[in-house]
Design a protein around this ligand. Sequence first.
Ligand code: GLU
Length: 294
Amino acid sequence: MSTENHYIGRFAPSPSGPLHFGSLIAALGSYLQARSQQGSWLVRMEDLDPPREMPGAADDILRTLEAYGLKWDGTVMYQSQRHDAYLAQINDWLRNQEAYYCQCTRKQIKLAGGYYPGTCRELNQHATNSAVRLKVTTPVTHFYDKLHGQIEIPGPLAREDFIIHRRDGLFAYNLAVVLDDIEQGITEIVRGADLIEPTGRQISLYRLLQHPEVSYLHLPLAVTDNGSKLSKQNHAPAIDKANPKPALLQAMTFLGMNPPADLMACSLDDILKWGAQHWHVDQLPKTTAITLAF
Ligand code: GLU
C-alpha cells in the first residue's frame, strides 16, 4: 500500500491520572477523524514529567481505551524512551547557535513584563543550572484550524524565545510533541482547544526542521462551571471501564453528533463504526469550551 497521502492521527495523553470525560473527547474525536478517512490512529504516552504522573496511570489509560473499543494501530510510543532523540536535537541546535543557555528566573521574566526579552541570547551562558531556549527568528503569528479557521497568535508570545530544555532537566512539551509527531509520521493533530496557544511554537519547530507542516483541529474542551478544564485536580471522575457505552454516546453528543438511542443495544465496534460514518467536522460545536455539570 502506498503511504502517500495516508492520514495518520494520534491521541497523546499525559499519564497524570485515569482517563476522564475530557480526555475521552480528545481520544474519540481524534479516533473518528482518522477512521472516517480510513486513516491510522496512533497512541503516544506523554510521560515527560514524572512529578506530575500517577503510578499506574499509563497502563490504566490504555486499558480504558481498550474497554471503549478504541483500538490503536502499531505500538504505543513512550516519551520517557525518547530522551536521546530530544537531547540530540537540542545539542544540534546549540552547536549551530540556533538555541542558547539561559539563566533567567521566572521572577526576572515577570519583572521584564511577562515575556522573555532575549536577555541571554548573546551572553554565552554556561550549561550548568541553565535552561535551553530556541532563538525564534521567524515568529509564527497565525495558523489555520479546521474548526476555528484562522487563529491569530499575540505578537509577544509568537516572538518569545521559548524553552526546549528546562532548567530542572526535563524536556519541554513543545519540543517533545513535535519531534514525536514527526517520528510517528502524523499528518493531522486533533486535540483539545487548550493546546491552541502553543501551536504557533510547534509550527515554528516544523519550519526550523524543514519538515512539512501538519493540519490542526482543536476540539471544544469540556470545562467545569468555573471555566477550568476537567482534570484530576478538579476531581473529574474517571470514566467507567465496565460500562463504556453511555459515556461513549455522551462524548459523541458532546462532539455535535446525534447518536440514535438504539445504538445502546449495538456492540462497541458497531457504535464506533456508526460514529466514523456520521462524523463531520462541520457538525462540531464552533466553540473552544463547553461547560459540563458532573
Ligand atoms: N499530552 C497532552 C495532554 O494530555 C496532549 C498533547 C497534544 O495532544 O499535543 O494534554
